[in-house]
Design a protein around this ligand. Sequence first.
Ligand code: PLP
Ligand code: TYF
Length: 396
Amino acid sequence: MFDSLQALPADPILGLMQLYRNDAHPQKVDLGVGVYKNDAGQTPVMAAVKAAEVQLLAQQNSKTYVGPAGNEAFVALMKQLTFGECLSSVDDRLAAVQTPGGCGALKVAAELIKTASPTAAIWVSSPTWGNHIPLLGNAGLQLREYPYLSQCQTQLDWPAMQAAMDQVKAGDVVLLHGSCHNPTGVDLTLAQWQWLADKALEKGFIPFVDMAYQGFGDGIEEDAAGLRYMASVLPELLLAVSCSKNFGLYRERVGMVVAMCPSGGASVAATTHMLSIVRGIYSMPPDHGAAIVAHLLANGALANEWRAELDSMRLRIQQLRCQFADTMAALGYPEFQFVANQKGMFSYLGISQPQVTWLAEQKSIYLLSSSRASIAGLSRDNLDYVCHSLAQSITV
Ligand code: PLP
Ligand code: TYF
């Protein structure tokens, strides 16, 4: 049976992680995978997460099954974190379950859309995160693209995106990145979210917000403003949440999927379908990471410590963005100023594929072939090396 299988290429992002690990160059730099790193180049366990984990281990007296919906306290607290002040007015219309990471949430949502409306198309930004395609497309739904970037690849092409929204049919789904657009770092303003909400009402399409970086753009509350506005005015939306980045819980696989339904009755039915989908894929999500988040968010002191640490991570990335742009300007390349204005982990540096290859082969600096760089991979120690190498790659 397995003789017939042809080997597939590695995931371009995770494959790059392996190349970096195998590289013995003492100055190697990983600007590939979107993982937060501190100035020492490490991805430490956040202090409040570690404290919550220690307390949890001391308290936990059973490892029995939790069930397909996962940890209920986690779901309640995460709905609060994401929907904020508008939760009380929509809570009875929300169907929500804990999932294995944001990827699990995207997959469950795709299957739910497929169940509710098999002919619906999902519209994704061009470009979008590479994994959106298999996670959403493998459910058998039609994927369509809407334009997102202008020709220069560093700014939103808002008129083109607006025009595309007129093509979206009633009942179609439009995927939006909650904040810190992956791969471009180009975000929507609140006024643009409001325009999209009006358009969704007018055309009858359903926004699907992928929130994988809450707290990395402008702040925890600010990054949810678009979602919250939409939730306050629309009858329906979908939300996929990841706790991988903002709680630093990557490998624990923590996330949540939410379907906001037009009525409480519809949300009860949607929940039963979510649970059925979950049973058909992985039966129930892992508990440990979600239990950590639930413990942390329920404890005021730990929650405050976590918020402060996340704020400092966000500020560090913003500072790196500015330092990168300033250093490039000092080297004669002021055109990289856009990096300072973008949000979150990623930016397209706008260099060609041969330049990306040259940086990897000659300088052991790894970024995606699209020129997406994970800014969190920069540090005080490697910034000059990266900027000088980048400048050199432009002249060779
Ligand atoms: N959505 C986007 C845009 C992402 O960048 C990621 C990756 O971190 C995810 C979803 C899901 O991540 P995870 O499954 O690790 O929580
Ligand atoms: O885009 C990134 O780098 C992150 C991490 O299969 C990631 O979102 C990359 C690939 C993948 C899962 C997560």
